[in-house]
Design a protein around this ligand. Structure first.
Ligand code: FAD
Length: 459
């Protein structure tokens, strides 16, 4: 009998345990359901939809080469899959386990209606598998990472299924173009298209290219002008490549570069481990005492304008603006700059991290429920394991320290002619069309610290 493979953020053929198991059991019907209902207000964001379109296109090309195809359906995933099982007489639905709270519920519901077979494969370790000696899940990153390292290397990777048998009859499929995942008016995707190659093959090409650079990663990763990180995040988010594949490709390299990189991959596992414990993590601060701290953009015209200046890369802080414009143009932002830009919103502008999290959700091609929430709460100081709120990043000195001049010239072209010693903090009479600072650094710092003290006294 036919076997359905339910695809979500696992758009690959190799090292894909659901594909692997289905192919061994019978003819395979790969299915993707565009479900804007189940996730509630967490429907896939704009830039991520662009990625999804191209990734589905790429996967369906690979399947066509194997005389197979992908069936596209739209609507409530559980309902659509139950319908498809009935239409096709499928024996089982095979899927990789997903841990977003809405998927966990949907998996439970679907399991009550069909033979649902779930596999792990998108993380180094299944979230929940690594626990403290007392059997509890870890809350703090460092001991979690240590524990994960004890289990590494990860399991061996599975090969691509050798043959994919087709069912006697293919069920109807939507046409990808009708889903309108790509922007039309205005079409803001040109910069994104120029920056990325999408799909499983592209992910492996990028990994090959990157494998030569990993040795320098420990330092290079912090230098936005050097582009010293792997840029595998959207490929990982969409499951075009598995972390186990990356691990096995790079493992055995000595030195600090690989050791540091491995720890970043573990951050990704850690973030899943956090949202499994705290499913509301993207909408609620983990720590109390912050509610009264933030200035609310819905309640003040000026505050709303400041939020907009941040979103558009017009704060007058070149490193922040370069980052926000890189995000808008390419759907991605350098990690060091994500930290600086996020900290600026939360501390310099005293705007609730959830406004930033939302903006990133819509703009990032790698927008990830767990990684985004965990990192925003880390920066804001509100998280289960986080930086202290009172540690306020100084964007101007960060910019100098990490030598961001080249990066600023690329993304803030109106400053491109300024010399290195001016570009991080241009004098007011050298700014031309570039805006003055929305708020002075020292003033913002003092405001944040006194708001913090006041909130603590109230709390
Ligand atoms: P590399 O440095 O090459 O790291 C390799 C991989 O490790 C990444 O692809 C990613 O999967 C993982 N990783 C690295 N750093 C982190 C981290 N801090 N937390 C979790 N995983 C990590 N990452 C996302 O994938 N999606 C998000 O929505 C997201 N939102 C973020 C929001 C803020 C405010 C901040 C500060 C960081 C956020 N990150 C997010 C984490 C990090 O910035 C990106 O994963 C990284 O910049 C991706 O680039 P890269 O692939 O070159 O990373």
């Amino acid at each position: 009998a036919p076997q359905i493979v339910w695809l979500r953020r696992d758009l690959r053929l190799a090292d894909q345990p659901a594909f692997h198991a289905a192919a061994q059991a019978g003819p395979v019907i790969p299915v993707y359901v565009l479900d804007d209902e189940t996730a509630g207000d967490r429907a896939i964001g704009g830039a991520a939809r662009w990625w999804l379109h191209h990734s589905l296109e790429s996967l369906s090309r690979s399947l066509a080469q194997r005389h197979s195809r992908i069936v596209l359906r739209r609507g409530d995933a559980v309902r659509e899959l139950a319908k498809l099982v009935e239409e096709t007489g499928a024996e089982a639905v095979h899927a990789l386990r997903h841990y977003e709270p809405w998927w966990r519920k949907a998996q439970g519901k679907l399991a009550g209606q069909v033979d649902l077979r779930l596999y792990d494969g998108n993380y180094l370790m299944p979230p929940g598998a690594v626990t403290t000696n007392g059997g509890d899940p870890y809350k703090i990153y460092t001991p979690f990472a240590k524990a994960v390292l004890d289990y590494m290397p990860p399991r061996e990777c599975l090969p691509e299924p050798e043959t994919l048998h087709s069912p006697d009859r293919w069920p109807d499929s939507d046409d990808l173009a009708d889903w309108n995942l790509l922007p039309t008016r205005p079409d803001w995707s040109g910069g994104i298209a120029a920056f990325w190659q999408v799909g499983e093959a592209a992910a492996h090409e990028r990994l090959e290219e990157w494998s030569g650079d990993v040795a320098a990663y420990a330092d290079a990763r912090n230098q936005p002008s050097q582009d010293g990180s792997s840029r595998l995040s959207p490929h990982l988010h969409w499951g075009e490549i598995s972390p186990a594949q990356i691990w096995h490709r790079l493992d055995g390299r000595r030195g600090e570069g690989w050791a540091t990189y491995a720890k970043e991959l573990i951050w990704r596992d850690y973030a899943q481990n956090v949202i499994c414990q705290f499913p509301g993590y993207a909408s609620e601060s983990y720590r109390d005492g912050y509610a009264g701290l933030w200035r609310n953009p819905n309640r003040g015209h000026l505050i709303a304008e400041e939020l907009q200046a941040w979103q558009r890369g017009m704060t007058g802080y070149p490193i922040v603006d370069a980052g926000m414009r890189q995000l808008w143009q390419t759907g991605w932002m350098h990690n060091r700059v994500r930290m600086i830009a996020a900290s600026f919103l939360v501390k310099h502008l005293l705007i609730d991290w959830r406004h930033g999290e939302r903006w990133f959700w819509d703009c990032l091609v790698d927008a990830d429920f767990a990684n985004n929430a965990v990192n925003w709460q880390w920066v804001a100081g509100t998280g289960v394991d986080s930086n202290m709120f009172v540690r306020i990043m100084a964007p101007l000195s960060q910019s100098e320290k990490f030598d961001a001049a080249g990066y600023i010239r690329e993304y803030v072209p109106e400053l491109a002619d300024l010399p290195d010693d001016q570009i991080h903090d241009p004098p007011d009479d050298c700014r031309g069309d570039y805006p003055v600072k929305v708020v002075g650094h020292r003033e913002a710092r003092e405001r944040a610290l006194s708001a913090w003290r006041a909130a603590k006294e109230e709390g």
